[in-house]
Design a protein around this ligand. Structure first.
Ligand code: SF4
Ligand code: MG
Length: 321
């Protein structure tokens, strides 16, 4: 197996200072938010790689950089060996762009309400001048809807059906990679597993590779071959699914697992995660997790831990063994 996506020391910094305020108060320091910091990982062809973390961990930004919606501030992404940010050949850029599609969390917001489903699904192919004859009808059947649905409008469908339409649209340009950003978290629990099972079936049928972005550990455990855990824009642990869930090595990964399913009979958290996520504009020194870490020692606030390989796991923690 070879890597179809290579992410190398990827960094993205956003300027979040307020321009209008800068005009009133001169010399206001620029507020820079490091959303993604030196993240490196590889995704094998025909596998599912999941990025997990709390909101603000940088996972959506990484997805958007990979599909080209956001540009990196540093580092690079190679898709099928091509770095889209530096590639000059327009033909190669087009063919790689067609190979990678994205599915978003909210199927309501990502479908044009005034378009018939036929045009929505065929649009990526039509935009490139391809043949769209019967395409939407074929794809609708592949995602478990009916060819007759092609003439309908998005409002005529349920949330789960709309996400199926989004999947059909993503498949229309015959991609190799689909970046899925929380694809089922806006759906009812009863519908989630149907959509996830469809995604698994399609992956097998078309040999797809998924980059699966989620905060939901149950979903990740169900879908992923390999998992990367993000904290404040940095990758803190990466391992094959069974190694990660069976033997999590980073204190933050363990905290995520502990926080996940523990509710009392009234649905209240019994043990809420310790501490809030710190400010990404002024992240803590050393290991950014140290203010929340139950194992932190003096060294943790001074020295940032490097990624180390421990068996099948890569982990960034001074104490992991
Ligand atoms: Fe905790 Fe220190 Fe490991 Fe960071 S490096 S996770 S603070 S033990
Ligand atoms: Mg997000």
């Amino acid at each position: 197996m070879s890597a179809i996506i290579k992410v190398d020391r990827l960094t993205r910094i956003f300027d979040v200072s307020k321009p209008w305020l800068n005009r009133v108060i001169e010399r206001l320091p620029r507020a820079l938010l490091t959303a993604v910091s030196e993240v490196s990982f590889e995704v094998e062809e025909n596998s599912v790689y999941a990025l997990v973390g709390e909101s603000g961990s940088g996972k959506s930004t990484i997805g958007k950089i990979i599909v080209g919606l956001v540009s990196p501030s540093g580092g690079k992404v190679e898709i099928e060996g091509v770095d889209l940010a530096s590639e000059k050949d327009p033909g190669r850029i087009d063919s790689v762009r067609a190979d990678i599609q994205m599915i978003f969390q909210d199927p309501y917001a990502s479908l044009n309400p005034r378009w018939r489903v036929r045009n929505i699904i065929a649009e990526p192919v039509a935009a490139r001048g391809g043949n769209t004859e019967g395409l939407a009808e074929r794809l609708l059947e592949q995602v478990g809807l009916s060819a007759a649905d092609a003439g309908k409008y998005p409002h005529e469908f349920s949330g789960g059906q709309r996400q199926r339409i989004c999947i059909a649209r993503a498949l229309s340009s015959e991609p190799k990679i689909i970046v899925c950003d929380e694809p089922t978290s806006a759906l009812d629990v009863s519908v989630q597993s149907q959509v996830l099972n469809l995604m698994s079936d399609l992956r097998e049928e078309f040999g797809l590779t998924y980059l699966f972005i989620s905060h939901d550990l149950t979903v990740v455990r169900h879908m992923a071959d390999k998992v990367g855990v993000l904290y404040l824009g940095r990758l803190v642990e990466e391992a094959p699914r069974d190694a990660l869930f069976g033997d999590p090595k980073h204190p933050y990964t363990r905290m995520l697992f502990d926080a996940a399913p523990r509710m009392d009979a009234f649905g209240r958290d019994i043990e809420p995660p310790r501490g809030e996520i710190p400010d990404a504009i002024n992240p803590p020194s050393g290991c950014a997790f140290h203010p929340r870490c139950p194992l932190a020692v003096a060294r943790c606030s001074r020295e940032r831990p490097e990624m180390r390989q421990l068996g099948q796991t890569r982990v960034a923690c001074h104490l992991a063994e």
